[in-house]
Design a protein around this ligand. Sequence first.
Ligand code: ADP
Ligand code: ZN
Ligand code: ZN
Length: 732
Amino acid sequence: MFNPGTIVKVLIPNVINTGYDYRLPASADIGQFVRVSVMNKPYIGVIIGFGDSGLSPQKIKDIAEIYPSKLSIDDLTWIKKMSNWTLMTPGAVLRLIINVPDAFLPPKMEPMYNFNFSATGKMTENRQMVMDAYASNDNTPMTINDLRNISHVSPSVINTMIKRGLLTLTDTRVIETDEFNYKYFDTGSVSLNEEQTIAANMIGKAVEQGGFSVHVLDGITGSGKTQVYFDSVLRAYNAGKSVLLMMPEIALTAQFMTRFEKRFGAPPVVWHSNLTAARRREIWRGVLNKKIRIVVGTRSALFLPWQNLGLIVVDEEHDTSYKQEDMGNYHARDMAVLRAKIAGFPVVLASATPAMETMRNVEIGKYKILKLTSRFGGAQLPKISTIDLRESRPTDYTIPDNDNAQHGCLSPILCDAIDETLSSHQQVMLFINRRGFAPITQCRKCGWVATCPDCSVGMTYHKRLGKLLCHMCGRQMTLPTKCPDCNNEISMFGAGLERIEQEVHSRFPNAKTALVSSDTIMTRQTLERLVAKMENREIDIIIGTQILAKGHHFPNLTLVGVVDSDMGLYGTDFRAAEHTFQQLFQVAGRAGRGELPGRVLLQTYQPDNPVLTAICNCDRDTFLKNDMDARRLAKMPPFGQLIALIIEGEKESVLKQFCETLSANAPILNGGKILGPIAAQIYQIRNWYRMRFLITGDVNANLQPVVARWLDGIKVPANIRIKIDVNPQNFM
Ligand code: ADP
Ligand code: ZN
Ligand code: ZN
């Protein structure tokens, strides 16, 4: 406890901040939330210790307000260690925690609108987006700001909707509640089978004893991992602890919420990026004052002001969405484990395809593994096999109003299987990992390729848009009718999702199809409408990108066809094989989840590729062993460490000059080396040029402090940005 008048150091949520000194007007504790002013702007900050600026007392301002709540010493340690590990500043880490800046202030007076569901009129895309925004917030009233942030429609659209009476003014004040009356209990709706019980008891013991541990819940899709960790959640909750259940955004489905409610008698509090400001404040305060003790949320839920956390579950722990890449680089799974280690509580990592890093930690005994080996209720695993595209060559097909034969992508064997499935009234899923219609637009004569003027990547033709789209920056361009360089004819090469759809329409004209990709699925609501359509048999063939691979359960889906299994096998990144395996394994898990057995067909030019054979044989162990060996040999993670420095500059010459300065000042690393600078794989994004350094080191090398010291000593010119990525997942 600090006495009144003491000079203390206050950390504020700001990137450049490591703490400023203030005088306490009353006594306060370390970790306590306070309001201070910096350059005449109010901030909520946290007391982190005695002041040490050495400023004369007259120059030190008073703290404006002391709030009753605080972060624990463990939280402060976590902030510090996270900052040391990710090389984010402590202020940047605190900004993740204080992400509801006005959490302690009374709500502002602001007009609130309801959606008028009884209004008639046609369903436009904008209208659907606004309705979805309401749906993600239990149809509570929204401010104009909420509507803009969540539905992404333009202010003029909102104004028109107000004029037409689609949005109606309900109140002029944000109403917030601090009452969360959910009481959770075991409804007895589920009794675990033997294998599940063993796993649940192991984790349960860890939860009840407390103390740090990590359990990897490793079970094939449909084996009941969710039901097992639900058991752990309830045990921690019943022991009076708070519980965080992290999932990828796309897995936060209504299906999941319903299962939660069925098991626990009440719905969970859900945290994601599409909440209204009022809801975010409510949840933030609810977690702080322990009125909310279970939250299901995306990676940012880790940074809620948790009190007395007793368990974190990371579902789909291998999922790449746990890695945050802008506004600071951190891996939410790893930071969850760090938090648990500091505060001393258990973590559960659940996946059907755990990350290589996780498996390595199992191998060296840091994590314990619990296996679920069979699908619940005896559902059969699908039969997985490859189709050799060199033998079963796709034939040409035709489209209406066009006499040219089109090159097909669906092999005769796959087409026969689709026919069979459709005629027995079951459903088909086709999977291709490329959005749009055609990835390459090129001149047949001079070789000109449509590329984005701001990014050094090709532009993809999107038929639905009728335009070329840059997948890097979102720029759209009209498709030129003739080559801009030589005025000759232009062709489109390669197959994207929309081209497959065209082929499916041509070959199976009576089938009802649906297309799913990040272009068509903007929200979970859209995805849910689609899931409902699948369940109601309004879709025969669903065609989609990896977005489809995640946890949905379609009982009548019995055939999964992967159009381009080879994509990704040749990525330049050392995780290419791992990601391909995980993705195909997940996709395969979609088939045959009901009573009907399923099958999965992988189209490939290399049926003997070890990644594909491992998938066909459901032989994850062999795959893991091979991939581990390869990485051990190459000293890649988890057998080595990597830190990437991405240096971006608006002017190429300034960037090159700065990189030379960095090189000239590069430190000598013990047990590591500094590679680069080289031009980044994508050299230009949004008109900024990009160079990369890669720092590699042994598992035990302590790279971060060396990198920190290196950068500390160098002045960064204007118009240069440095991004530090510890253990990068992305090598673009
Ligand atoms: P996973 O998370 O491993 O993919 P789920 O937990 O989703 O598996 O379980 C697959 C299906 O089996 C779900 O419909 C789930 O409700 C059901 N299930 C799993 N275990 C049980 C159980 N012990 N009792 C009743 N249903 C179960
Ligand atoms: Zn040309
Ligand atoms: Zn671009």
